[in-house]
Design a protein around this ligand. Structure first.
Ligand code: AMP
Length: 395
């Protein structure tokens, strides 16, 4: 990647506007339930502060749909960041995000001070990449840094628009996310195995198409596996099916054969009559799924098969759970895959979203090479797409 990074910038004594992804999960009382996205931004912020810059942070949070809404205020995030940095974070509590008052606050910042703006999605112009809003955000600072990996697949005012008005560079988190994924995709240690799961084939078509040209093996589990099993002529009972994707599933299996890629599907599944944790469930070979039951997890033989492939791999990329991991009765496959990845000693990369949440819950996040902070953005990287938030940064 030939984009500028934070190391290429002269930041001494400068005001630096940093787009971070602080779209963190919160409970009803606005307590942050997972602060990984905040801790992931600390290397960039600390580097700026250690080099005598002042830092202005901006992020969106939730979906306020272009209007100020108290429950999406950045105030709790500013507070948590202040605890993590062990220094004051000045909260520019203005629903306009930028105003004369906020500009004056920015101008009075001294090197080593941190300020956080209100939720950028309180302004309608944010998601429309509005020029004036972008310009007013840019007017707060001398330099712009994009460290919001999770938003990089969007072209909004606070990540793409601002880059037109300021010298720009990538922060450490984005550099790391794109670097690790890029290296794995472009020069993988082999065997290179992709594990895909989750509910829908339709969400992963682009990923499968792109990975078929790169990997040695694709393992498919989760709800999406049933459309493939059906395409192979098996009866799948009441399992998830995307009828309109059956031909595509056949084409993808054919394409895999053409490229010499092993496409591996579950050989047994855990079936239940209802989509409920306490529904009676048992294990069956994929050839004998009862007509009134649905597959909600991969079975032990599939786990053993997938484990044997994973144990031989040198690079593994995983996106999407193997079953309905939110329910204890159907989480075994997902957790077994996470464990097998850790044990393999391979380079292990977990896409964001549900698989990242599962790895966190299993306490295995620290033992993976990389767990991405962005679900949508990492999927688009796997599809081989250019992310607008990264593309916009100076070369
Ligand atoms: P995705 O957002 O496409 O990655 O899908 C994740 C969702 O897929 C999770 O909420 C899982 O509960 C769900 N899922 C995984 N396996 C199955 C399955 N066999 N049947 C129904 N839903 C599933």
């Amino acid at each position: 990647m030939n984009k500028k990074t934070i190391r290429d910038m002269d930041i001494q004594g400068k005001r630096v506007l940093v787009r971070v992804d602080y779209n963190v999960p919160m409970d009803e009382e606005m307590n942050i339930t997972d602060d990984i996205r905040i801790t992931a931004s600390l290397p960039t912020i600390k580097y700026l502060l250690d080099n005598d810059a002042s830092v202005i942070l901006m992020s969106h949070l939730g979906r306020p749909k272009g209007e100020p809404k108290a429950k999406y205020s950045m105030a709790p995030v500013a507070k948590r960041l202040s605890e993590l940095l062990d220094r004051e974070v000045i909260f520019a509590d203005d629903d306009m995000v930028v105003s004369d008052k906020v500009k004056a606050m920015a101008e009075s910042l001294k090197p080593g001070q941190v300020m956080m703006l209100q939720n950028t999605r309180f302004r309608k112009e944010e998601e429309k990449n509005g020029e004036e809003f972008a310009e007013s955000l840019a007017s707060l600072a001398d330099i712009y840094i994009n460290d919001a990996f999770g938003t990089s697949h969007r072209a909004h005012a606070s990540n793409v628009g601002v880059s037109r008005h300021l010298p720009s560079a990538l922060g450490f988190l984005v550099e790391k996310e794109v670097g690790i994924m890029g290296k794995a995709l472009d020069e993988p240690l082999r065997p290179f195995v992709a594990i895909l799961g989750g509910a829908k084939v339709s969400d992963k078509i682009g990923v499968i198409e792109n990975l078929i040209t790169k990997v040695n093996t694709i393992i498919i589990g989760g709800g999406m596996a049933f459309t493939f099993l059906k395409a192979k002529g098996l009866e799948i009972g009441t399992s998830l099916l995307e009828e309109d994707k059956l031909d595509l599933a056949k084409e993808l299996m054919e394409k895999a054969r053409k490229y010499g890629v092993a496409l591996i599907l579950p050989i047994d599944v855990v079936v239940a009559r209802e989509f409920k944790n306490d529904s009676e469930h048992f294990n069956v070979p994929v050839e004998s799924i009862p007509s009134d039951m649905m597959g909600l997890d991969i079975g032990p033989d599939s786990i053993a098969l997938f484990e044997s492939v994973i144990s031989e791999a040198k690079t593994i990329i995983w996106n999407g759970p193997m079953g309905v991991f939110e329910m204890d009765s159907f989480n075994k496959g997902t957790y077994a895959i996470a464990e097998a990845m850790v044990k393999s000693g391979a380079i292990t990369i977990v896409g964001g979203g549900d698989s990242a949440a599962a790895v966190e819950k299993a306490g295995l996040a620290d033992r993976m090479t990389h767990v991405s902070t962005g679900g949508g953005a990492s999927l688009e990287l796997l599809e081989g797409k250019l992310l607008p938030g990264i593309d916009a940064i100076s070369e």
